[in-house]
Design a protein around this ligand. Sequence first.
Ligand code: PRX
Length: 651
Amino acid sequence: MTSSLETEPVSYPPAEEFAATANAGSELQEAADADRLAFWATQANRLHWHEQWTEVLDWKGADSDYIAKWFVGGKLNVAYNCVDRHVIDGYGDQVAIHWEGEPGDSRELTYAQLLAEVSRAANYFTEIGLTAGDRVAIYMPMIPEAIVTMLACARLGLIHSVVFAGFSSSALRQRVDDAEARLVVTTDGQWRRGKPAPLKAAVDEALAKGEHSVEHVLVVRRTESEVVWTENRDVWWHDTVANASDQHEAQPFDSEHPLFVLYTSGTTGKPKGIVHTSGGYLTQTSYTHHYVFDHKPGKDVYWCTADIGWVTGHSYIVYGPLSNRVTQVVYEGTPNSPDEHRHWNIVEKYGVSIYYTAPTLVRTFMKWGRQIPQAHDLSSIRLLGSVGEPINPEAWRWYREVIGGNKAPIVDTWWQTETGAIMMSPLPGVTSTKPGAAMGPLPGISAKVVDENGVEVVLGETEANGYLVLDEPWPAMLRGIWGDTERYKSTYWDRYAEQGWYFAGDGARIDVDGAYWILGRVDDVMNVSGHRISTAEVESALVGHHSVAEAAVVGATDATTGQSIVAFVILKASSEANDELTSELVAHVARDIGPIAKPKAIHIVPELPKTRSGKIMRRLLRDIAEGRDLGDTSTLVDPSVFESIREKSAN
Ligand code: PRX
């Protein structure tokens, strides 16, 4: 262990002051332990049901192709729960969205205004003949109309498929085809780093060739970019939706009515359309948003920095927060537009109190330097969240100290597109946190760490690493892969078919105190000379070195040791690449974890290849490390990153 780790606390107990007013208390876990289904019934009662359910859970495992039914017989309208309900309760004037455009424009939407907008869109979608169950593709930047469209779909029982606006036209086409979308909603263009970039053009390109299912393309004007128009197919939002009536009555839908499909990458090239339904999904997103973020409606200003193109945007910008009557910031652009102060300017402007982001961004902030956030008054922040990948203790501590003023609790939330909502996280005010640990399953959630045969790893043993499984169904669980039941079963259920457990695809460790540490995707866990070493662990060690800004580690096939460790490292601006430093980094890792974790090769690189959601593409780094041809790079932010890495690693 490094000396810094020895002097830092290993655990941070909740502050008394925070605990005194926290939404969560120890009674939550007690209630879940006493009767798990009754506990979820209580959580479902956070929502408005047009018709009460008759059974909390219907689960037949393999006999129903692992498709659960939650709140059976219940009927609700998801949009009504996220919007109408708050207006009816007298909060129509409360701001729902403080929207901040990238070029500096801003808009404010109260719940009453949001209701009017959603109603207009719902009326227009009905006018063009869309009916419940039809699919709508949403290919839009982070503007209010994107959220309005999602809610209008939910209101009508239309199934939305949001496609991240950074994806290419062919990725869009693939998703449009798979779900057979009848409507595509888009914008003329989107702002990116101070410049407008075309977006509708990508829709045109996607639909240019061959038969497709799209009948309408609805376009919001955002950048005033020139667009090519296809008559009888393309319409402007301002000519249609804007003129529709703002009165619309929400109809109830079955608890299991599909709410959305969201594509995520799997082990094969074809993305999986993860299907989520209504009642269970909204119950769990609402429950977790309330307790994990300690959200106080009317008081807090919440900001989740995700894009609606990802599940975090669905669950923690749209459905969970709005169901809880949030006042939230929605920001259109990148964190360094016009400069690296942008996020902190926004925090100051709106008095953001809850801030939820990804470790990769925290590390980017670290790279930019603490003097940037320190130039701002961030005292409004009272809780910080992390999601998407394991957060290394170094980044965790920096986040707490520099952004959280050494007092804001950090909730490290583990979940997946497939789980729909947060599954593991400390409960602020209740759980003592350890830097880098997701701590444990939330009340109502059941998880195990097991070996290949399903035998639970022994609590407290240092080698107690294993596979994370979810051994009980949960309300927001996926209800399949769109159009591919076999893939659904083989990906998630075949591995522990005998036990009927969901295989999460992540490695995990439970430490002596019972805290869960997520080690990353199973294919990211290396096996060197029979020892299991997490890529995250080595990365964390490297990032703990004062010269390193960011690191990605992969296991490359090695004839002698099974796998060997190859590291790709970005240095801080103040450091210089040379052989001495490389040897120093190898020694540093050996010191931090043990000689077994020593990288066999360290490549100093200017950038790391990342998906548009900010995940490092380790698979591609492995290809480079093992000298293979690169596969599909279409989901990358900047495929040219490879060239520089290849050049460097060839040296
Ligand atoms: O490996 C885990 C990692 O992200 C995966 C899920 O990715 P995705 O479906 O894109 O959803 C990301 C946003 C929920 C998981 O299998 N992951 C997510 N959160 C954490 C995490 N790994 C460690 N700690 C987390 N808090």
